[in-house]
Ligand binder design. Structure first.
Ligand code: NAG
Ligand code: NAG
Ligand code: NAG
Ligand code: NAG
Ligand code: NAG
Ligand code: NAG
Ligand code: NAG
Ligand code: NAG
Length: 545
């Protein structure tokens, strides 16, 4: 009795050891799921793939209507390798979202999914079956290593994401001579901002798998003149699913779906891989915007000279930033430092200009120009891509500047109210900028996209299509709330006061009462100027000489 138990025990232990040492697993799938026109998925499921192991997938075809299958495997963050039958050049593909084609004749290939990482992975496997009439995704491939490449490739840098697909093949086009027989449409879907979880990732992929889901969840990416490539503005930290669908031109109901692919536009595996302001100066500047913005939003008009300085600083800073980026290749801290210095110079000059001449209309004009810039940038940010005329830089910038000037002119025609409006709008946007940064929403890209358009080569081909999720709505609401309350508060503050504080060195005599109430008590210079008109002029002449 005891002997038998012992033997059983030892057998079980040995079996367990053998099992745990077996690195490779076999999965047999039966492709018996019924398919419809919108949903051609024959099989889907998660499989656990141990570290340093290979999964073998044997397919048993039970569906007489299909002529080829697209086998796809997805893993989160870590690369896997997919190959058919043999692991040789041209038969494997490596990445996180990979797929291969296999004809069902004579038999479906055996697929191997290899995990050469040191950790265990969850792999999502999906097999789609298509009929003989459907175009082959990636069938006329000319650039990827696998002869038939039904997958997409993404590359990114800090400014944009590139999504590439291989040409599909129409059934009537055996030699790939007439590529125009098939039309390819790209779609994208954002997953949650700053959510790098496996759940959100696989959930996103599943939502872009079949025609049915793509038409529900996908957003069309317009053609930007780059053939089988789409260029998209990068929003690091917001994952995006991309997929392409090949439609036959002759037969509207024949189509096939490429393997969806995901990009976060950054690498979540690296420490600080998804932080966009990774240097101390940027972070400091960003954080200080909260205070500066709030101040301008509520007190900008009252502290007119401070406002003049800050508006000058912002304009000078942005212009310098763009100019330096265009001519030199500096790293961001150096670029920001230089822009900040130039901004301070320009701000001081603008303040001096106001100090000397004190023409409110001209002074306010710069503030309205800033609002005009923000407005044009917002329009560009929200514009759907695919306007071929606007890909031309001359057209684009003409339109941009015209819009900016028009906004500015409309605003400047109502000087007093306009300055309060400008203060509250600019202040509100500046104040929510750091909030947006720390929350991970994407309103900061309103400005960044315009700067990218100015400095990044070929960015005219980029489709912006910015994500707009609950965090963005929150920040937008906050911004609008700040702007409205700032406007009302300033309007009330300055009610019954003269529209503009008298310029410090104005030659015009100014009554003390109004002046004392409007200008902060630190201003002493005008007292002298009020007393002797001629002295001021001599002083000014001396200054300019
Ligand atoms: C598909 O085949 C499997 C295994 O033969 C079976 O368990 C399953 O019920 C089948 N499903 C359908 C929808 O026929
Ligand atoms: C993975 O397995 C192979 C052979 O099974 C072995 O040679 C290699 O050292 C293993 N690598 C790791 C990181 O475990
Ligand atoms: C094949 O297609 C026919 C006609 O569309 C359909 O009736 C049949 O159920 C399909 N067979 C399978 C196995 O899906
Ligand atoms: C996955 O592969 C890509 C391209 O070969 C490479 O750039 C990337 O670093 C790899 N990722 C990991 C986690 O190894
Ligand atoms: C594996 O796939 C490649 C690319 O689709 C194909 O050229 C090759 O013939 C396949 N290998 C086998 C043994 O089926
Ligand atoms: C790798 O897998 C082996 C066997 O499945 C397991 O014993 C080991 O702990 C795993 N290593 C890691 C780093 O997960
Ligand atoms: C990410 O999304 C998943 C799926 O919706 C959710 O369960 C998870 O809590 C989210 N994680 C974070 C950090 O928001
Ligand atoms: C068009 O494509 C559909 C779907 O693959 C197929 O069922 C149909 O027979 C095709 N029509 C023609 C005229 O080839």
């Amino acid at each position: 009795m005891i002997m038998t138990k012992l033997v059983l025990f030892i057998t079980i232990i040995t079996l367990k050891i053998v099992l745990s040492q077996t690195q490779n697993a076999i999965l047999t799938v039966y492709l018996n799921k019924s398919t419809t026109w919108e949903n051609k998925e024959l099989y889907s499921g998660f499989t656990k793939l141990n570290n340093n192991s290979t999964l073998e997938v044997d397919c048993v075809n039970l569906n007489s209507n299909i002529s080829y299958v697209i086998f796809q495997a997805h893993s989160h963050l870590y690369n896997i390798t997919l190959y058919n039958n043999t692991y040789v050049y041209g038969s494997y593909v490596k990445g996180t979202n990979v797929g291969l084609y296999s004809s069902i004749k004579p038999t479906i290939d055996t697929f191997f999914v290899m995990n050469s990482n040191a950790i265990d992975l969850d792999v999502y496997i999906s097999i789609h079956g298509y009929s003989a009439k459907d175009p082959t995704p990636g069938g006329c491939n000319a650039e990827f290593s696998v002869p038939i490449s039904p997958f997409l490739q993404t590359k990114y840098n800090k400014d944009y994401v590139l999504v590439d697909a291989a040409f599909p093949q129409d059934i009537l086009d055996k030699n790939c001579n007439s590529l125009e027989r098939v039309r390819v449409a790209f779609y994208q879907m954002y997953i949650y901002e700053r959510n790098f979880s496996k759940e959100a990732y696989f959930d996103g992929i599943q939502k872009m798998m079949t025609m049915e889901y793509i038409s529900d969840n996908g957003v069309f990416i317009p053609d930007n003149g780059l053939n089988m490539r789409r260029m998209l503005s990068a929003y690091p930290g917001t994952g995006s699913i991309y997929v392409a669908v090949a439609f036959s031109v002759a037969n509207k109901s024949a189509y096939s779906v490429y393997v969806p692919t995901v990009s976060y536009a950054c690498s979540p595996l690296e420490e600080n891989g998804c932080v966009i302001f990774d240097d101390a100066l940027s972070q400091l500047l960003c954080a200080s915007l909260l205070f500066i913005g709030t101040f301008i939003c509520y007190f900008g008009h009252r502290f007119f000279k401070t406002e003049m300085f800050l508006v000058g600083l912002a304009s000078g800073g942005i212009v310098t930033f763009i100019l330096i980026s265009l001519i030199a290749d500096l790293n961001r801290p150096a670029l920001l430092g230089a822009s900040l210095l130039c901004g301070i110079c320009f701000g001081s000059m603008w303040l001096l200009f106001y100090w000397l001449y004190g023409i409110p209309l001209v002074s306010v004009f710069l503030a309205t120009l800033n609002v005009g810039f923000l407005f044009s940038a917002l329009i560009y940010h929200g514009l759907p891509g695919g306007h071929r005329a606007l890909e031309d830089d001359a057209n684009f910038w003409t339109l941009f500047i015209v819009l900016m000037l028009l906004t500015s002119l409309v605003l400047v025609s109502m000087t007093f109210v306009s300055n309060i409006l400008c203060c509250s709008l600019l202040g509100a946007y500046a104040a929510v900028y750091p909030i947006d940064y720390y929350l991970g929403s994407n309103l900061k890209y309103i400005i960044i996209n315009t700067v990218r358009r100015a400095v990044v080569p070929n960015f005219n081909h980029a489709v912006l299509s910015p994500p707009f999720e609950w965090r963005d709505s929150l920040v937008t609401l906050l911004c609008v709330g700040l702007a409205i309350s700032g406007f009302l508060v300033q309007h009330y503050q300055n009610y019954g006061r003269p529209p503009f504080p008298p310029p410090p060195r104005s030659v015009r005599p100014v009554p003390v009462t109004i002046y004392g109430a409007t200008v902060p008590s630190t201003e002493r210079r005008p007292v002298t100027s009020r007393n002797s008109r001629s002295r001021v002029i001599t002083e000014r002449t001396a200054l300019l000489a």
